[in-house]
Design a protein around this ligand. Structure first.
Ligand SMILES: *Cc1c(COP(=O)(O)O)cnc(C)c1O
Length: 380
């Protein structure tokens, strides 16, 4: 098996057999000529499978060390597909600080279909053990969490799940498979919003589920075919193109992230920085153990909403915006964006203050990013 960076460029992406095209073509076709009754060349209809999407799915499965990949129209569509493996009266244990859209989908949509959810702080694996019930059929975690960068020990939670025969899914969006591969640590399913680091250029939406068992693979293939929320050939191609540079981008994200964290950590106007790469992060050792880098997501405390507002008004190179994982540095105010749907009490309970600011450090020149932040902080 080749190394990661090579697989990112080649797996699932052999030169086109007909023309020799080095890049996987965008197969803009809904249907395929059949060779006879019940005889096809591997493709019949693009909701079921499409060569461009196949290439992406093969590549992402390879990068995560899984058996199959299943691409959906967005990260949320992938999570929605994930829970179709459940039946009425099943119980799910979900991290209490996962992506806001995930909680909203579970607690406002899926719960109406007779599935029960327990939200627990998975940073202590014992909380997962305590929440297990005879009808628990899925444990869903996300590590690190947004925006406070709290980690869950994937291996420890995986062991608990396996002792009880419960599959574990991990939302690996923040780290990407370049730094963290949950299947190697015991996960059964890995989920991504490919919108973020995998695509990396903030120009398309997508989601993927990577499985390791043939059973889950069959289920997700069936769901792709029957719910139809699949990724388009064009977006599949965009993500394939993004993934080719994942290794170099992630190395630079990590390097820039480290330097931004160092600047913020010693800045007098910032009282706290949440970044697993800092030795002061309470789970720094776990971060080193389960991932090969720290990435470029972090948050920091500006003390008040007014201070956060001044910072966001003063930045010039960095952009005030939601989302993450693109080549550009994005800064956002968590309480009014990603966590706006929570009540002030709920935000306070999980530690999201009005002064908290999240940054997705991009891969612009690090000197320019640091200068921009330093200058903007002076304006506060
Ligand atoms: C963005 C995001 C999602 C949702 O993905 P979409 O592509 O926006 O639907 C899920 N999980 C995490 C961690 C995310 O950052």
């Amino acid at each position: 098996m080749h190394a990661f960076a090579t697989r990112a460029i080649h797996d699932g992406q052999e030169p086109d057999p007909r023309t020799g095209a080095v890049n996987v073509p965008i197969y803009l076709t809904s249907t395929y000529q059949l060779e006879g009754i019940d005889k096809h060349r591997g493709w019949e209809y693009s909701r079921v499978s499409n060569p461009t999407r196949d290439a992406l799915e093969t590549c992402l499965a390879s990068l995560e060390g899984g058996a199959t990949g299943h691409a959906f129209a967005s990260g949320m569509a992938a999570i929605a597909a994930l829970v179709t493996m459940l039946n009425v009266s099943d119980h799910v244990i979900c991290g209490d600080n996962v992506y806001g859209g995930t909680t909203r989908l579970f607690s406002q949509v899926i719960v109406r279909h007779g599935i029960e959810f327990s939200y627990v702080d998975t940073s202590d694996p014992d909380n997962v053990r305590r929440a297990l019930r005879p009808n628990t059929k899925l444990v869903h975690i996300e590590t690190p969490t947004n925006p406070l960068m709290i980690l869950t020990d994937i291996r420890a939670v995986g062991e608990i799940c396996h002792q009880h025969g419960v599959p574990m899914s991990v939302d690996n969006t923040f780290m990407s498979p370049y730094f963290q591969r949950p299947i190697e640590l015991g996960a059964d399913i890995v989920m991504h919003s490919t919108t973020k680091f995998l695509n990396g250029h903030s120009d398309g939406l997508g989601g993927v589920l990577v499985t390791r068992s043939p059973e889950h693979a069959e289920n997700f293939r069936f769901v792709q075919k029957n719910t139809g929320g699949v990724l388009s050939p064009f977006e599949s191609w965009l993500i394939l193109r993004g993934v080719k540079t994942l290794a170099v981008r992630m190395r630079q994200h990590n390097e820039n992230g480290r330097q931004v964290a160092a600047l913020l950590a010693k800045h007098p106007k910032i009282s706290r920085v949440f970044y697993p790469g800092l030795p002061t992060h309470p789970q720094h050792e776990l971060a080193k153990r389960q991932a090969s880098g720290f990435g470029s997501m972090m948050s920091f405390e500006m003390g008040s909403r007014a201070n956060a507002e001044r910072l966001l008004q003063a930045i010039r190179v960095c952009t005030n915006g939601e989302s993450l994982g693109g080549v550009e540095t994005l800064i956002s105010h968590s309480a009014t964006t990603t966590h706006a749907a929570l009540s002030p009490e709920e935000r306070a309970r999980i530690g999201i203050t009005d002064g908290l600011v999240r940054i997705s450090v991009g891969i612009e020149d690090i000197g320019d990013i640091l200068e921009d932040l330093d200058r903007a902080l002076k304006a506060v």
